[in-house]
Design a protein around this ligand. Structure first.
Ligand SMILES: Cc1cc2nc3c(=O)[nH]c(=O)nc-3n(C[C@H](O)[C@H](O)[C@H](O)COP(=O)(O)O)c2cc1C
Length: 339
């Protein structure tokens, strides 16, 4: 039965989904997201995947800790038990997340053994039950991140069926990683590069489901490429690795180029904006490298980038390393001859 796919959770987060930074395990933690937020006020940020079991059975609510400055930020959940996901979604909403996203794209063995992630592309009815249960538990918008299929599935048949079933369960917004996951024989890393990208299929899904908010993901490395997808009719673009490895270039221009707001944020300004955050993190007992490991790519391709990276990667883990080290690394960048 068809149910409404209204704009729950507010239109602000939907607007932000025009450009999002992908959920990435071990990478998009709260420190990474805080850095990305210094580069774009507008982009939608995602947490790393948190399993429903960790929240509901493991009591690992600390995994939801985040700074208010990170908003708009979405929580990504992994799981396949509707009741447990509903409970986890409610815990996530209570922790302040404006969107709860379900992972139907991760191909790792660990995830397959738990029967969630990409393997769920083969079980759309289970995913629909999960979405229904999650929507029943929260006011926040429930969204899905998926692949175009797995293994020998035919994406031309599987993807529209998947989207239609989930639309009928009330999901109105999807991010589609535009390649299959091959569940046998490829590592998760290989599964992000080897199965070919099929962008035209994602574009055809927008023609077929004009009422759904569809974002494309996979292999996007520039804002020009992102703009081209938006101009072609898609509602959003999600960028993962390029945003992580080269945040200064990829995210610094997001607000003016994608949202028509603000100005380009230079990498140096973003780095300086991190200093009070780093000081507070150290004051609270945290370690410098926990934050600076996400900042190593900030000056990629610019004069002094190598010194920046070297100073931080070699010395940020040393006892006593603090804000002064980041300032020293910044001086090395700003002193580097241009050209
Ligand atoms: C280190 C790493 C961890 C990832 N972890 C997740 C995850 O937790 N949940 C998820 O849905 N996708 C995860 N992904 C996949 C990304 O969200 C994204 O779909 C993929 O990298 C393709 O986008 P890109 O080509 O822009 O990087 C991860 C990717 C990387 C590189």
């Amino acid at each position: 039965m068809r149910t409404e796919t209204g704009q729950r959770g507010g239109s602000a987060i939907r607007r932000a989904a025009r450009l999002s930074v992908a959920p990435m395990m071990d990478w998009t933690d709260r420190h990474c997201r805080y850095l990305h937020r210094q580069l774009s006020r507008e982009a939608l940020l995602y947490t790393e995947m948190v399993t429903s079991a960790a929240l509901v059975r493991g009591g690992a609510v600390h995994l939801l800790d985040h700074s208010p400055e990170e908003h708009p930020v979405a929580l990504q959940l992994g799981g396949s038990d509707p009741g447990e996901l509903a409970e986890a979604a409610a815990i996530g909403e209570a922790a302040g997340y404006g969107e709860i996203n379900l992972n139907v794209g991760c191909p790792s063995d660990r995830v397959q053994a738990g029967c969630f992630g990409a393997v769920l592309m083969e079980r759309p009815a289970v995913v629909a039950d999960c979405v229904t249960a999650m929507r029943g538990a929260v006011k926040a918008e429930v969204t899905v991140k998926c692949r175009i299929g797995v293994d020998d599935q035919d994406p031309e048949a599987v993807l529209p069926d998947f989207l239609a079933r989930l639309r009928d369960a009330g999901c109105g917004r999807f991010t589609i990683h535009a390649r299959k996951a091959w569940l046998q024989g490829l590592s998760p890393k290989e599964n992000r590069d080897i199965p070919p990208l099929d962008y035209p299929l994602v574009l055809r899904m927008k023609d077929r489901f004009p009422d759904l908010h569809l974002s494309v993901n996979g292999g996007v490395t520039s804002l020009a490429q992102a703009r081209a997808f938006l101009e072609a009719g898609l509602d959003g673009v999600m960028i993962g690795r390029a945003a992580y490895h080269d945040p200064g270039t990829v995210l610094g221009g997001v607000d003016p180029e994608i949202f028509g707001t603000g100005r380009v944020v230079e990498a140096e300004a973003a780095a300086r904006a991190m200093l009070p955050y780093i000081a507070a993190h150290l004051e609270a007992g945290g370690k410098l490298h926990q934050v600076t490991r996400h900042m190593l790519g900030l000056f990629t391709g610019r004069p002094g980038a190598r010194s920046w990276r070297r100073i931080l990667s070699e010395r940020a883990s040393r006892p006593g390393a603090g804000v002064a080290l980041v300032e020293e690394a910044l001086e090395a960048v700003t002193a580097a001859p241009v050209g």
